[in-house]
Design a protein around this ligand. Structure first.
Ligand code: GDP
Ligand code: MG
Ligand code: ZN
Length: 335
């Protein structure tokens, strides 16, 4: 490139952002960037639904726009303004993105993070009690994005009694049987940390999970020099206070990077049509299309439903099926 304009154009990765400000890593240097108004306009465009779902369908999205055109993890082209400042001109094509429907009534896509290799839903074994339906939402979302998931259970040290242990083990086994790897850890007793490091090594991962489940504590345990602030949990109600207020990507000494997300209490699904939801429950996939009413079956009340039959036969768990029905009912609601 030899035009005058391109001489000060660079590329870098957005590793952190606050409202209107993007922190870009360009060759180890931090450039504090704004984004051009043009870019904002350009990216607020209708998008088509994914094409690899069983039925191709273009979503009615005339009004759809993104909350922010630039996401953490994005590779961007920017103009170097000197003095550590820059101006983002373009977002380069994403190889993956994890999105959710933004809170509020208007259908807005919020890209949580771009260019990730894996999503890691984090749940505490106790305090707060795990909500498996939320895990199913994270997993379905990752399936939509075609990003692999690794389930991470932490605070193992807080599991009290045989019954609680057995219940947790049963759920973990269920997910493993579906093909989702699951890690069991405790930052307090240092359990499962090597397996976690192996999982994170050389990959870009994103932690998703409610506030207080122990995400930041795990990061600090993996790499103490990050010195991230940990939530103080309110013992009485078992919920954590919101401490991580922005998204940030941290490079790991072992290779790779991790994005710690602020606690996400809500997780509205994005880019899934109700009719296609079963496709994103991986154990239901083989039965999609095999119902008496074919692709029109909602798998709720119809006779000759292949998925309901599979539930009766024990091929699909009743818990996951119930989760499917609940999600189907509340697709676009915040959870
Ligand atoms: N007992 C126990 N407490 C933990 C563990 N990990 C984190 N905590 C506590 O859980 C609370 C929330 O942790 P934090 O890492 O801030 O959660 P985050 O909001 O998901 O980032 C803090 O009080 C931590 O000390 C663990 O493995 N065992
Ligand atoms: Mg945190
Ligand atoms: Zn059916």
């Amino acid at each position: 490139m030899d035009t005058a304009e391109s001489t000060n154009e660079n590329t870098g990765v957005v590793f952190k952002k606050t409202t209107g400000t993007y922190y870009v890593n360009a060759g180890g240097q931090t450039i504090t960037c704004t984004a051009s108004a043009m870019l904002r306009k350009e990216l607020i465009l209708p998008t088509a639904s994914r094409t690899s779902v069983p039925k191709q369908r273009v979503v009615e999205v005339k009004e759809v726009s993104v909350v922010d055109p630039v996401a953490v993890g994005d590779l961007v082209r920017f103009i170097d303004l000197g003095g550590g400042a820059g101006h983002i001109k373009a977002v380069l094509p994403r190889r993956s993105k994890l999105t959710r429907r933004a809170a509020g009534r208007k259908p807005l896509e919020q890209v949580i993070v771009a260019n990730v290799d894996q999503v890691i839903p984090v749940f505490a074994a106790a305090q707060p009690k795990p909500t498996w339906h939320l895990l199913d939402r994270y997993l379905a979302s990752a399936e939509v994005s075609e990003v692999p998931s690794v389930i991470l259970i932490t605070k193992l040290d807080l599991v009290r009694g045989r019954k609680a242990e057995r219940e947790l083990a049963a759920v973990v086994e269920e997910y493993r049987a579906l093909g989702y790897p699951a890690l069991l850890t405790s930052a307090v007793i240092g359990a499962g940390m090597e397996a976690l490091k192996d999982t994170l090594k050389d990959k870009v991962s994103v932690f998703v999970g409610k506030s207080g489940v122990g995400k930041t504590t795990l990061l600090n345990a993996i790499q103490p020099d990050l010195g991230l602030r940990v939530n103080e949990v309110n013992e009485k109600i078992g919920t954590g206070r919101h401490t991580t207020t922005h998204l940030e990507m941290f490079p790991l000494d072992i290779g790779g990077a991790i994005v710690d997300t602020p606690g996400m209490k809500t997780f509205g699904l994005w880019n899934i049509e109700t009719e296609d939801l079963a496709w994103f429950f991986i154990e239901m996939r083989p039965f999609v299309g095999a119902c008496k009413f074919g692709l029109d079956c909602t798998h709720h009340h119809e006779p000759g439903c292949a998925i309901k039959r599979a539930v009766e036969d024990g091929q699909i768990s009743e818990r996951r099926y119930a989760s499917y029905l609940q999600m189907r009912e509340h697709m676009y609601l915040e959870y």
